[in-house]
Each structure stands twice: as C-alpha cells, then as structure tokens.
Unconditional design. Structure first.
Length: 168
C-alpha cells in the first residue's frame, strides 16, 4: 500500500468509539464543500453582475447635424464659444463636460436657434424663438446632445448651417 493512501485512511471508529481525528477530517471535508459552494455563488453573482453591466452600456450617440461620434472636438474648459464661420459653425461638433457654459454667436445674417429635445434632454437653446441675432450663453448641465441651426441657412433637421454639442 502506498504511504499516501495509508495517511489518508482514518477509521471512523476505534474500539467502538468515534475517532476524534476522523471527525476533524469530516469537518475539513465539509469546509472544502462550503468554500466550493461559496466560489460557485461568487462566480454566479459575478456573471450576473457582468450581464447587468452589459445591459447598462450607454445608448449610442445620436447623429445630430451630421456630427458622427468621432467628429466631436473636445474642449476642456468651463466656458466656450461656437461662432459662425462662413456657412457653417466652428466648431460644428463640440464636446464638453457637463456644467460647461456654451455661447453660440448669432447675428442678423445668422440667427441661431436650438433644436428640440434629443432623447428627452431639453435644449436650453430651443427657447430662442425665431433665432437669436446676438450671442446666447447657456449652461449645459445634463449629459446629452444639443442641436442648433441658423434659421437662414440651416434647418431643425440639421441640414445646412447647423451644429451639435455633446455634453458628457
Ligand atoms: Cu447662417
């Protein structure tokens, strides 16, 4: 008989009374079972958590005024300005952090008007009915996409002279 087997074999009883060493061994076996069960539970919870994370991935960025997700020019300041540049805006696709003050320059030639809410996010530039003929400053506190356009050279659907602000 190999020595390892001899070592692992413990009779449950010695002379009709339970062997205390055997009981210890059984406790250890039970402990191993508990650890295994714990690991299985952890793995299950982990998988469920990962699946929950997967379903919580943010919705794709809506394309507004032709701005694709990769087109956004990131500006890491607390106040920034978008100005007309010919028949377009500069920057046309602007990305800022929430809480940034954004000024859009309007003029008699390029009255600026905000688009309606996108994905339920209210656009503070929308209340400029007919288009602002001067610079308008708004603080964008809620993440989302905010569209705007020139009422002379663009439209509500983002055609022509229009732009988008992505707030993260
Ligand atoms: Cu214009």
């Amino acid at each position: 008989m190999p020595p390892s087997r001899e070592k692992s074999y413990i009779a449950p009883c010695i002379n009709g009374t339970p062997d205390p060493q055997a009981r210890v061994l059984q406790k250890e076996k039970f402990m191993i079972f508990k650890i295994l069960a714990g690991l299985i539970i952890l793995a299950t919870v982990g998988v469920e958590f990962a699946q929950a994370q997967e379903t919580q991935t943010p919705a794709p960025i809506p394309i507004v005024a032709g701005c694709q997700p990769g087109d956004y020019q990131s500006v890491l300041v607390c106040a920034t300005t978008i100005a007309p540049s010919g028949r377009t805006y500069s920057p046309k696709c602007l990305k800022v952090q929430r809480g940034t003050q954004v000024t859009i320059v309007g003029s008699a030639i390029h009255p600026v008007q905000g688009m309606g809410p996108i994905n339920g996010v209210q656009n503070p530039f929308t209340d400029i009915r007919g288009g602002a003929v001067e610079a308008v400053t708004k603080t964008l506190s809620e993440p989302g996409v905010y569209g705007y356009f020139c009422t002379h050279h663009g439209d509500e659907n983002g055609n022509g002279m229009a732009g988008a602000i992505l707030v993260e």
